[in-house]
Design a protein around this ligand. Sequence first.
Ligand code: HXC
Length: 262
Amino acid sequence: TEYETIRTELHGEGARRVALVTLNRPKQLNALNDRLMTELGAALKAFDADDGVGCIVITGSEKAFAAGADISEMKPLTFIDAYRTDFISRNWETIRSVRKPVIAAVAGYALGGGCELAMMCDFIIAADTAKFGQPEIKIGIFPGAGGTQRLPRAISKAKAMDMILTGRNMDADEAERAGLVSRVVPAAALIATALEAAETICGYGAPSVTMAKECVNRAYEGTLADGVAFERRLFHAVFATADQKEGMDAFLTKRPPQFRHE
Ligand code: HXC
């Protein structure tokens, strides 16, 4: 498929490959306009449905993962426009329905909606050049793509309030200390590191990967008792997969596993 505001490519060999999606509005520092979010949603849905894809990586440029939602598009918006078009649920929340793992590989600015998009991914690998922030307050709004909810869960209420109310940026080291990102790597190694993590995931049995992702997401959505009960149901179910028998047999007979993703 031809897209105007993103680029897509497949990496790796084997039955399940990595889909790399690159946000591509370089002149606007990847400002997330309606077109881009619609194209990103379409690409994510297509890769999620493709049995040849095991994991998805979303990245931007060296200078910016994304500098936020597109301010020139938002400026004229009225309440009724926003309400009628369901801004931003209509095309931003597609990513939440993706069942395969999605990794954000962030270099440069991840601000406003860019930070929120990164947080919608399953985990964030950051270059040492990464800068995270929710500067919406400076332009008379506040985070509206989940930032007021995901940031406190990711980095504590105190740090989230600090970020959202002062609009200051965090560098990659502070983001790692705070738990927003899973690792920080030199900028030149960012894409290779993210692809390697994604290829590792592609090599595991797909049912167990999907179940693990579903269970971890439950940790945020309900009570601890509910989450543990949900985990237990899926944990029982994983013993119905061929990959469980294969993985354990391979370990016990000291050979590499041949997962069939079923
Ligand atoms: C539209 C943007 C943009 C944005 C940058 N640009 N960010 N356009 N929306 N979010 C454009 C600039 O206008 C400029 O266009 C070009 O990209 C390069 O940006 P510069 O500002 O010249 O670059 P630099 O001086 O290096 O500064 C980088 C920056 C700054 C610090 C990231 O661009 C910046 O502060 N951007 C806005 C960050 C922000 O407020 N984000 C939150 C948006 S609100 P020209 O045409 O002049 O070259 C939001 C709400 C989300 O995200 C919630 C609902 C979705």
